[in-house]
Design a protein around this ligand. Sequence first.
Ligand code: CP
Length: 316
Amino acid sequence: GKSVVTLDDLSTDQILDLLRKAEYIDSHRREVAHTCDGRVIATLFYEPSTRTRLSFETAMLRLGGQVIGFAGSQLASVTKGESIADTLKTVSNYVDVVAIRHPKEGAALVASQASSVPVINAGDGGHMHPTQTLADLATLQSRFGRVTDLTVGLCGDLTFGRTVHSLIETLCRFGNVRFVLISPNELTTPQYVLDRINATASCSYVEVRDLASVMGDLDVLYMTRVQKERFFNEDDYLRLRDTYILDEEKMALAKPDMAVLHPLPRVNEIAVEVDDDPRAAYFEQVKNGMLMRMALESSVVGDELPGYEEFANKEV
Ligand code: CP
């Protein structure tokens, strides 16, 4: 198995295969329940998480495997000064696969280089969050039947939002996406991400400040939280955190089949009243996150999902 630090570590065919596997897993839960019997995953979370850690763990448990790990570096030997590399040289003796979340960009790459087993990036600082993108793609696939030919608005903290960076890079690979980048001037998209769009002939972007004026153009609105933990200055955070609030009034401007995504957790940026709108897809995204992690974990450890090959062949 190979580590997944960014989705560039997977071929486009592999990503499409994971999407099909997630669909298969959802409808064949009992058949896949022993796929990873005897396997162990380590979840090393140096930063808070609800969805990512619990879904990585649930995914392995639902495949028949087991889980070790820590949540909060204060519980581990990091507090004694142990490096990420030494931690991975240790833990990779115990397990078949590691999921790591860390506040520093590049931590997952360092971990993968030190590990003797595949490492999956569960979020490295403001850089990348590839398994969130897999959940996002699965949600687009189930809502639209495709991940291309879409106008995708991304709104909020486009500077520090790692889910945004991963999603844009991956959608560029599939092509034919018009990005509408909606943010305050202080939180625009990093140049390396814009370069990726510019390098993709079939994709384009516009940067705007106002959400209401673009609502009617969007097939997808990907809302994000202003990333408090990445700000140097509390005043800046307080000034910017409520720039965008998606509510029923703004939803009235949107297409009837638009989909609202959000990686969660949310703070104020989506009013709770929007949850009951059929266009709200963010709790579907959570479910898709677990299914995609089941697909990815079984793949990286090299375990075949019973019955999947027949299912995939029949589909084509
Ligand atoms: N979407 C996401 O990464 O959520 P958590 O921070 O709760 O894992």
